[in-house]
Design a protein around this ligand. Structure first.
Ligand code: ATP
Length: 208
């Protein structure tokens, strides 16, 4: 889908970045450069540090060295990133649409209405179901819908295609391409092939 540029032109850059946790350095000397309308796939074996790098970029873990810069970011413009971890943040006894409205209230209802976002990810007919009853792939789709109800330019996605069927994987690719067409950026940890234009790859080392 063609979409006009809606985000400010942001560049994510790191310089000599090192990240790790539990006393371990997992990656060092990272010079990432992610331009508007593009994404970076993080690959590498289990334990290589992909999730750790995403958490560091999200500001949820401190860098061990180096800097992370978002060029072009106006601090007055509000939050710029979504960090979507590999858990889906679904609570029992909250309906599917209610869950999404909850996230829109927390993160800002700046994107699609919840109903439209559910339709977009293929969950429209399940809007009233208890979200805890969703299958693993459906919960992953609900997590993707969170990206749509609150518009933010930088998506940091940890295993976004886990449990998705082939149609869900194609959906993920098209959501990324729409995000890129709007000038958004993404960094994605994955073991899967993600089919979207505008993706480069960084492989992290480390032992399984
Ligand atoms: N809180 C913690 N304290 C100590 N070590 C941790 C902690 N959390 C993760 N680790 C370790 O950090 C290393 C990197 O984990 P991380 O989740 O970043 O890897 P990953 O590349 O995302 O792996 P996977 O492909 O399995 O998802 C692992 O060896 C893990 O055991």
């Amino acid at each position: 889908m063609t979409q006009r540029q809606v985000f400010p032109r942001l560049f994510l850059r790191t310089s000599d970045l090192a990240c790790g946790r539990g006393g371990m350095v997992l990656a060092r000397n990272l010079a990432l450069a992610v331009a508007p309308g593009t994404g970076l796939l993080l690959r590498g074996p289990n334990g290589a540090g992909k999730s750790t790098l995403l958490l560091t970029l999200a500001g949820l873990l401190p860098p061990l060295a180096g800097t992370i810069e978002i060029e072009g970011h106006d601090p007055e413009a509000g939050k710029i990133l979504h960090h979507c971890g590999h858990r889906n943040a679904v609570r029992a006894r909250l309906g599917v649409a209610e869950t999404l409205k909850f996230w829109a209230a927390i993160n800002g209802a700046t994107g699609m209405p919840a109903g439209a976002a559910l339709e977009r990810v293929g969950l429209g007919r399940l809007a009233r179901l208890d979200a805890a009853y969703l299958s693993a792939g459906q919960q992953r789709r609900l997590a993707l819908a969170r990206l749509l109800v609150s518009r933010r330019p930088l998506w940091l996605l940890d295993e976004p295609s886990a449990a998705l069927d082939a149609e869900g994987q194609a959906l993920l690719g098209s959501l990324l391409e729409e995000h890129f067409a709007a000038g958004g950026l993404a960094v994605i940890a994955t073991h899967d092939a993600i089919a979207a234009d505008g993706l480069a790859t960084l492989t992290l080392g480390g032992a399984a």
